[in-house]
Design a protein around this ligand. Structure first.
Ligand SMILES: Cc1cc2nc3c(=O)[nH]c(=O)nc-3n(C[C@H](O)[C@H](O)[C@H](O)COP(=O)(O)OP(=O)(O)OC[C@H]3O[C@@H](n4cnc5c(N)ncnc54)[C@H](O)[C@@H]3O)c2cc1C
Length: 126
């Protein structure tokens, strides 16, 4: 719940500071994350109350239906996730070649090439 609250405040701060366009990733994140937190919290509250929580005698049952809807009516979770993923990936570029940037054998080989003169010098003096 704290994570959802802080993510909401951060998205709101970013909207105020840089405008809605700049905060689209954060808005997308809170739309699906917040909706899931809401759903899980109400689900837990129903569980705690047992049969009474599931009945119409408490407001939890109607909250549960509304919370479930929140994962659909403002855009389904999957669409928000895709929007966020696209925006996150936009900040990265594909590495050259087939390996990830931190592939150790590739980096070792590059380092060997880069420092070949030093290695040669060092091993010659050894
Ligand atoms: C209570 C309620 C109130 C609503 N109020 C409004 C309103 O005020 N104004 C309004 O305009 N609309 C409203 N809607 C409609 C709402 O916007 C749509 O229900 C919502 O956008 C999902 O569209 P859909 O129902 O056609 O589901 P679909 O788009 O058919 O999605 C069904 C499922 O398919 C999957 N899916 C869909 N797209 C993707 C994707 N790109 N990638 C992966 N999986 C995917 C997901 O699992 C998704 O749950 C409301 C809906 C509800 C339930």
């Amino acid at each position: 719940m704290d994570a959802a609250r802080l993510m909401t405040l951060y998205a709101a701060w970013k909207m105020d500071k840089f405008g809605q366009q700049a905060a689209r990733k954060e808005i997308g994140m809170i739309k699906y994350f917040g909706a899931q937190v809401l759903y899980k919290v109400i689900d837990r509250a129903i569980q705690v109350c047992g049969g009474l929580g599931y009945s119409g005698d408490l407001p939890l049952e109607s909250m549960y239906r509304h919370a479930r809807g929140s994962r659909i009516y403002d855009g389904v979770d999957e669409v928000h996730r895709q929007t966020v993923a696209r925006r996150v990936l936009k900040d990265y570029k594909k590495p050259e070649g087939i390996w990830p940037t931190d592939h150790i054998p590739t980096r070792r080989e590059a380092a060997r090439e880069k420092f070949a003169h030093l290695l040669e010098q060092f091993t010659a003096n050894a």
